[in-house]
Design a protein around this ligand. Structure first.
Ligand code: MF3
Ligand code: CO
Ligand code: CO
Length: 269
């Protein structure tokens, strides 16, 4: 059982701690630039420079032909939005997802940002996605199953009468970008693979105000909600320990939950 799933040692966890921290620092760094009038291409360029300055390579660049250092997905874009000339406007909600490779280890994380002031509806879906991610992470305990994670995520969305996207899932991660296990954002308690010490994977639910269905645009990447309703996502990379899940991608600046209020200055090097 679980034969194909890598289990990582304490030393290997340290590689993930560093890569995860850099992912979080990059998302912290970009925060003050996410304002009305900025282009997604500008944000991408700044983050690419930051990751390279800290000794990392952006994993998305050239991944299956993907052209940029980040995914930036606004409003009804579910995920894999390609940065470019698109301007962000007051009231937009936007997910920024990055994966620096540091010393061979992949740290994968995303957060939602408010561009200016969000609508009440937009705030609700962002808050729901955040709580859904944490509900999933809290189930990531030795002896629980993957279905426990999916069930907890789905229950969070259902409580708000929102839906979770079924077309994308979390994934094992480590010295490659996308590994087993698949971490589905729905499921039944007690079903699926058993969670073991040393597993490393992402929890990254996408929550839609409307239905769960998605479409991929003709660029081959950008996934949108089929009904064009707003979508939100958060993502952490975690490792399973005896003491529960260790979150590799926590924000050193405390930017866990938008709006992000500057608190302390962080030494990044
Ligand atoms: N970072 C995304 C994830 O969470 C994957 C992006 S792949 C890309 O798994 F090619 F679209 F960049
Ligand atoms: Co991921
Ligand atoms: Co990601």
């Amino acid at each position: 059982m679980n034969k194909q799933i890598a289990l990582y040692s304490v030393e290997q966890f340290d590689g993930m701690r560093q890569a995860g921290r850099l992912a979080a620092l990059t998302l912290d760094y970009i925060t003050p630039f996410v304002v009305p009038g900025v282009t997604t291409g500008k944000l991408d360029a700044l983050m690419e420079e930051f990751m390279r300055d800290h000794g990392a390579i952006p994993a998305t660049l050239g991944y299956r032909g993907y052209p940029k250092a980040s995914c930036i997905s606004a409003n009804h874009i579910v995920c894999h939005g390609i940065p470019g000339d698109k301007v962000l406007y007051d009231g937009d909600i936007v997910n920024i997802d990055i994966t620096p490779i540091l010393n061979g280890w992949y740290g994968d994380s995303s957060r939602m940002y408010y561009v200016g002031t969000p609508s009440v509806k937009a705030k609700r879906v962002v808050e729901c996605a955040f709580h859904a991610m944490w509900a999933g992470i809290n189930q990531a305990q030795i002896g629980n199953t993957m279905g426990d994670i999916g069930y907890a995520i789905e229950a969070c969305a259902a409580k708000e009468r929102f839906s979770v996207v079924e077309d994308f899932c979390g994934h094992g991660v480590g010295q490659a970008f996308h590994l087993l296990p698949n971490v589905l954002n729905y499921g039944n308690k007690g079903e699926g693979m058993t969670i073991q010490e040393g597993m490393i994977f992402t929890v990254e639910p996408m929550v839609n105000i409307g239905g769960p269905d998605t479409l991929v645009l003709s660029d081959g990447w950008t996934a949108i909600t089929k009904d064009r309703t707003l979508s939100a996502q958060f993502e952490h990379t975690i490792g399973i320990t005896k003491d529960g899940p260790e979150i590799f991608t926590l924000s050193p600046a405390g930017y866990d939950y938008p709006p992000y209020i500057p608190q302390k200055s962080i030494q990044t090097k």
